[in-house]
Write a protein that binds this ligand. Sequence first.
Ligand code: GDP
Length: 355
Amino acid sequence: EESKTICVGCGVAIQTEEKDQLGYAPPSSLTRDVVTCQRCFRLKHYNEVQDVSLTDDDFLRILNGLGQKDALIVKVVDIFDFTGSWLPGIHRFVGKNEVLLVGNKVDLLPKSLNQNRLKNWMKKSAKDLGLKPIDVMLMSAEKGQGVVEIATEIDRLRKGKDVFVVGCTNVGKSTFINQMIKTFGGDTEQLITTSHFPGTTLDMIDIPLDDGKALYDTPGIINHHQMAHHIDKNELKIITPKKEIKPMVFQLNEGQTLFFGGLGRFDFTQGERTSFTCYCSNDIHIHRTKREKAEELYEQHLGELLTPPGEETKETLPPLVKHTFQIKDKKSDIVFSGLGWVTVNGQNVKVELRP
Ligand code: GDP
């Protein structure tokens, strides 16, 4: 049997292949007497937390443990990929604990957007997924926007209890924790410690709070529904907004279709001429066509005119599945998780969505 090298910091088995995965250390470090995984190395030398993804088993163990604690849970989601970045089953795992839901990356939203509407939408969507958060807040972890407000709210809501920050990979959880350390931590060397989470091989980052309690950064998990798993890194760059998105308005007649690259299709199937505002990465090409031609266009041009996906990733892309919406309200948002959303500026219309 192959002998395993273990990280002196957290005890995880060292591997040298996958940089984003638990236990990674550069191959050159294996020659040393003691080996430290990259995550522990960065924590020790740069006071910086790095997110690693866990195996489903370890992650489930951590989540299961949460219900047995008396703590405040802070759940971070990516507002551009709400469903994709949801942790399925989270409402069961948290037990009786209260959950503060935090939507990250608001810096990407157009300034004109009503943030209260977004918060209400998040509240409702969470409820549909079985979770009733005690509060919903928005932030930009990267720009530091809203972070002080959230820290204040965390301190109020925790009522002297520990805090666990959870979220799947890529929602910006590490950026958030690092921003908190920057904002509130004086001497970070003293500030961050790690503590062992029962039942897992992994230590958690633990930031002491002033009453002897701690804020724990739990490792993220890859959610296999995330768009990131269907397309490659470069394509992901295209669909991930990098700066404030510019809404695009389309006046459509009944029977017209919009393609969001080849990753989403939006059909206006019934109603008077209506304007639709699309919120997505400025780099995604939105292609307008006639509904009767849409099928053929998709079959023939997926991967080139309708891109991303590319020629290669299109092969593994799951088929677009149709959802029909009957819209009665004046202004409704239809969300393509991972891509963005469309605001329908009209009422009594019928649309079809194929994410
Ligand atoms: P984690 O896997 O949840 O720890 O996520 P990271 O903190 O590593 O962030 C994932 C990606 O999202 C990185 O590319 C970050 O630069 C980006 N990101 C994090 N926070 C923000 C934010 O507030 N705004 C924007 N635009 N990007 C962010």
